[in-house]
Design a protein around this ligand. Structure first.
Ligand code: F0G
Length: 450
């Protein structure tokens, strides 16, 4: 098929999908208040809303589910999970959580005081909201190139190291209890962070005595980009690259629904026993006993395997290759996409595809709605709806679930976008009719603007 990667899987179980008639799609969208988060999955043909928890587990994972140890305390499943996390990260102190944002809540509630500043290359929406919930101040420090959707550079997810230095000078290290790096940088179009950048950020943090943490949701994909693109890493294995990455930081929060290849799960991993003890106390209050942390034993078993599978080279080649293929097809069709494609998703530049829709009429939301009515495709807005005034671009993310769709599905997405492009003048802007706050995008309602 000319996509350039060998398929690493064949199917053993299938799940039917359905394309509703156009009239039905239009009706469903109106009922959903023009917010695709409110649609039912039965009414969706190709679902690219998120790559989070939507992946297909391997037969090894499904087998391990049957062997889950559901003991409240000290389960075998926890030991397997903890040992996997320890061997990947080199960090001794591991706490499971039910997903990434639970790890964020537990962690930030133990380290942040009112008015504290948290720098990040770019916060994801729940990370930003969890910092705000503790009365902290999230501060994004992407490099300027991240805002240029055209320049073809290998590591557009990097943190602006000079910006970090200036921020520390300005507010003082005492006001910054932690610095975060999000790998890959989801909000900056899924772009990777180079090992050199992690080293530079780590050195600034060390100099000022500030802990450095990873938001490791997609660290496996990030390690693959390092392997492919960064000088000196072509002959390093992915687990070795991951080891080096984690060796540079003091801990990590992870949504294991991404590069853990699980349908649910997350964790906190730390080197510091005192920080661990504080988080553990909070975890017992909100998530559960420290050997299950909001998960069933079977989930922990599946993650113990998924975390390793996500570092296998044939898997990563196919995964990142699939995303790249979609990006290339769209670019060839003249659809403005953020370049280069990220690790988990292709981001369409809605403000350029729909130039007649001004920012205040949410071009990203308009495009998301048009993709659903045109082809039953569900995508997500990553722009002014999601980030309000903090939005730097009006993007629509086509996130690809792991090991789920094949090239025919993605071709359908390309064809759908081409049909939207061909009738773009007819795509209306949107107005917000209900919803507020930093998480409004999940529940807001919209209507076509006049
Ligand atoms: N950090 C990053 C970088 C994420 O992308 C996400 C989730 C989280 C943290 C929170 O993890 O969902 O397990 O609670 N991202 C999903 C997405 C929801 O669609 O990008 P969670």
């Amino acid at each position: 098929m000319g996509a350039g990667w060998p398929r690493a899987y064949k199917s053993k179980v299938v799940e039917p999908i359905r394309l509703p008639e156009r009239g039905e799609r239009e009706a469903r969208l109106v009922e959903a208040g023009h917010n695709v988060f409110r649609l039912e999955s039965n009414d969706i043909y190709v679902d690219l809303l998120t790559d989070s928890g939507t992946g297909a587990m391997s037969h090894a994972q499904w087998g391990a589910l049957m062997q889950g140890d559901e003991s409240y305390a000290g389960s075998r499943s926890f030991s397997a999970f903890r040992d996997t996390v320890r061997s990947i990260t080199g960090m001794d102190y591991v706490l499971p959580t039910h997903q990434g944002r639970a790890a964020e809540h537990v962690y930030f509630s133990t380290v942040l005081s009112r008015g504290d500043v948290v720098p990040n290359n770019t916060h994801f929406d729940t990370t930003r909201a969890n910092v705000l919930a503790q009365r902290g101040r999230p501060y994004d420090l992407p490099e300027a190139v991240a805002m240029d959707p055209d320049v073809d550079l290998p590591f557009k997810g990097n943190m602006d190291v000079d910006g970090l230095r200036s921020l520390i000078d300005e507010v003082g290290a005492r006001k910054i209890p932690v610095v975060f790096l999000t790998v890959t940088n989801n909000t900056a179009a899924g772009q990777p962070v180079s090992m050199a950048n992690v080293k530079a950020v780590a050195s600034v943090c060390r100099q000022h005595g500030i802990p450095l943490m990873l938001d490791a949701a997609r660290y496996g994909e990030n390690c693959f980009f390092v392997h492919q693109r960064e000088d000196g890493y072509a002959h390093h294995s992915i687990p070795d690259i991951a080891r080096e990455l984690f060796s540079l930081v003091d801990g990590c929060l992870m949504s294991a629904k991404k590069d853990g290849l699980g349908n649910i799960g997350g964790f906190i991993a730390l080197r510091d026993p005192e920080g661990f003890a504080r988080c553990r106390e909070k975890l017992i209050l909100t998530e559960g006993f420290p050997t299950y942390g909001g998960l069933a034993g079977r989930d922990l078993n599946a993650l113990a395997i998924g975390l390793r599978e996500a570092l296998e080279l044939p898997y990563l080649r196919e995964r990142v290759g699939q995303v790249r293929w979609l990006g290339e097809q769209l670019a060839e069709e003249g659809i403005p996409v953020y370049w280069p494609p990220g690790g988990h998703a292709v981001y369409v530049d809605a403000s350029r595809l729909l130039p007649h829709i001004p920012r205040e009429k949410y071009p990203g939301q308009s495009l998301v709605c048009a993709l659903y009515t045109e082809g039953g495709v569900r995508a997500v807005e990553v722009g002014s709806v999601m980030f309000g005034d903090a939005a730097r671009m009006e993007l629509v993310r086509l996130a690809i679930p792991r090991r789920v769709y094949c090239q025919e599905h993605l071709q359908w997405v390309v064809d759908t976008l081409c049909r939207v492009r061909d009738r773009k003048e007819t795509v209306p802007g949107m107005q917000l009719v209900e919803g507020q706050g930093p998480l409004r995008h999940f529940i807001a309602r919209f209507a076509p603007a006049d």
